[in-house]
Design a protein around this ligand. Structure first.
Ligand SMILES: Cc1cc2nc3c(=O)[nH]c(=O)nc-3n(C[C@H](O)[C@H](O)[C@H](O)COP(=O)(O)OP(=O)(O)OC[C@H]3O[C@@H](n4cnc5c(N)ncnc54)[C@H](O)[C@@H]3O)c2cc1C
Length: 500
């Protein structure tokens, strides 16, 4: 009897243990530690919703890979949405003059300058990848994403017209970002999480296995899977990375959102940095009279000077306004700033009626935003009248320009008087673009200090460095987002397909 009871207890104990074991096998608790989190999911993680992140996400989804896109901002689009000149591509059918295959490559290495003497082989490969894939990048946006890029302009440093934008009113950054986002949102594989700030890259041995991020409510969460970093530059990190790598630019305002750079998240897991001291300063960011102290400035397009406008400091011209961005900026920043926080100067950009008509669409927008105003020379003071009178003489060929400016485009004001109408805005040099970042290879893999790829991690866009060297050509940043973003998406899809 006792023996029979013992057998029964033993039988039910074994049964309970077996059920518990089977249950655990089939339904692991959510919090159970996963042996290898990087391999437990089939989705990819993209950090940043600018053009680089959206290009990577689009490529992944075209390969049927679900994407979790984490974006720090409340709205997607990053700085990419502000891009105003266009995207480079060559050779394309939209270019007015067909160019030889290597012209874009040569322009890019020339523009990169002295930087080409270090990491030469890596840079050459990156630039070759950028330029050789440029036409395909433009075609991808046109054919597959439906973006109009039929207008082509020639920007400074380019030997051919190859910067593409649309024929309509929408600026190219806005048009491209909107088209990609719209298509992505139609896919059930796309999961966009805004107001989520990535705070850490997770690793398991040599592999990146995911990220930790903070939600808007402060809650910390983790996501597991391979990671593409497309988190942008550090131009808006005035007191952080900028102060560290370019102390002379600490506290400068920027055309980029004020936010900490993300490169430290990647160096924390061994990523290598390159060109962190290579920073592009643009001479004309608008100082908004309604909010002069904001560190975020609106870009005053080059066209203002290109169409004939001049710059005045204390009522006087001081530079050839059409010199390089660097030289015009230096001519300003070697004088005493009008404010230390943010560090800015009070320079007036002045246009006459002829210049206004030539750049009407831009200026009407600036007038609407309150960044420029219609005024008279009297309001600018007697010194300005003297300077503008002298400039009018130079334009008329009655005097030579002490600053050696040779083109005046559409300036038509011949005999300035105090009542003459002018269009005026206050501008200051602004940090515009950071050439440096994490070093990648032609597969967009982020490289470690040993120059070997960090497994499970890719980088694309302004967060990376190396491709522009000491100077980025206008239009090549949107291009790098598309080219290296798509490569990163493809490589990440292969990685997942390979069971990693
Ligand atoms: C006014 C202006 C005009 C420009 N015009 C042109 C042009 O005509 N042509 C051209 O080629 N280039 C232009 N540029 C430069 C170009 O727009 C940018 O360099 C490029 O768009 C950068 O794209 P990105 O995807 O790398 O980064 P971004 O577009 O900056 O996107 C990065 C995103 O990552 C997010 N992020 C950052 N950190 C985190 C984190 N920790 N967690 C989650 N999310 C994070 C950010 O919030 C952001 O949304 C211009 C730039 C400006 C500011």
């Amino acid at each position: 009897m006792v023996f029979h009871r013992m057998l029964t207890v033993l039988f039910f104990s074994c049964l309970a243990l077996t059920i518990a074991y089977l249950y655990k096998q089939n339904y692991p608790p959510m919090s159970a530690p996963i042996a290898d989190p990087g391999m437990a999911s089939r989705h990819a993680i993209v950090v940043g919703s600018g053009l680089a992140g959206l290009s990577a996400a689009s490529q992944l989804i075209s390969r049927n890979i679900p994407v979790r896109l984490l974006e720090r901002g409340a709205k997607p689009g990053g700085n990419s949405i502000k891009a105003s000149s266009g995207i480079n591509g060559a050779p394309t059918t939209y270019q007015p003059v067909a160019e030889p295959l290597d012209a874009f490559y040569n322009d890019t290495t020339r523009s990169a300058g002295h930087a080409m003497s270090s990491f030469t082989a890596q840079r050459e490969k990156l630039i070759e990848t950028l330029t050789k894939n440029s036409a395909a990048g433009v075609e991808w946006l046109v054919q597959e994403k439906g973006v109009d890029l039929s207008r082509v302009a020639q920007l400074g440093g380019h030997s051919y017209a190859r910067t593409h934008r649309g024929a309509g009113q929408a600026p190219p950054g806005f048009a491209i970002v909107s088209a990609l986002l719209k298509q992505l949102k139609e896919s059930p594989l796309f999961d966009l999480r805004t107001s989520c700030t990535v705070t850490k890259v997770l690793q398991d041995g040599a592999h990146v296995t995911g990220v930790a991020y903070a939600r808007e409510d402060g809650k910390q969460e983790e996501l597991h899977g391979p990671v593409i970093f497309a988190s942008g530059g550090f131009g808006g990190d005035a007191e952080g990375l900028l102060a560290k790598y370019r102390p002379d630019l600490a506290g400068y305002p920027s055309t980029n959102d004020p936010r900490p750079g993300t490169q430290p998240l990647l160096t924390a897991i061994g990523a290598q940095l390159i060109d962190m001291d290579q920073v592009q300063v643009h001479p004309t960011g608008f100082v908004d009279p309604a909010n002069a102290a904001t560190p975020l400035k609106f870009l005053g397009a080059e066209v203002l000077r290109g169409e004939g406008g001049i710059l005045l400091l204390n009522g006087k011209r001081f530079v050839d306004e059409l010199d390089t961005r660097e030289k015009v900026s230096n001519a300003i920043t070697t004088t005493t700033p009008s404010s230390e926080s943010p560090k800015q100067w009070t320079v007036q950009v002045v246009l006459d009626e002829g210049t206004y008509q030539a750049a009407k669409s831009h200026i009407d927008f600036y007038l609407f935003k309150g960044l420029m105003k219609k005024s008279t020379i009297a309001e600018l003071g007697p010194q300005a009248l003297e300077s503008i009178t002298q400039y009018a003489k130079v334009v008329a060929g009655e005097a030579t320009d002490e600053f050696h400016r040779t083109t005046f485009a559409n300036w038509t004001l011949k005999n300035p008087t105090p009542e003459s109408v002018v269009y005026v805005g206050v501008v200051t040099p602004v940090v515009h673009f950071t050439m440096g970042g994490v070093l990648i290879n032609v597969k967009s893999e982020v490289l470690g200090e040993d120059e070997k790829p960090i497994k499970g991690l890719w980088g694309a866009g302004e967060v990376t460095g190396g491709v522009h060297g000491g100077n980025r050509l206008g239009g090549s940043s949107l291009l790098e987002c598309v080219v290296f973003g798509r490569i990163a998406g493809d490589q990440c899809a292969d990685y997942l397909a390979g069971g990693k």
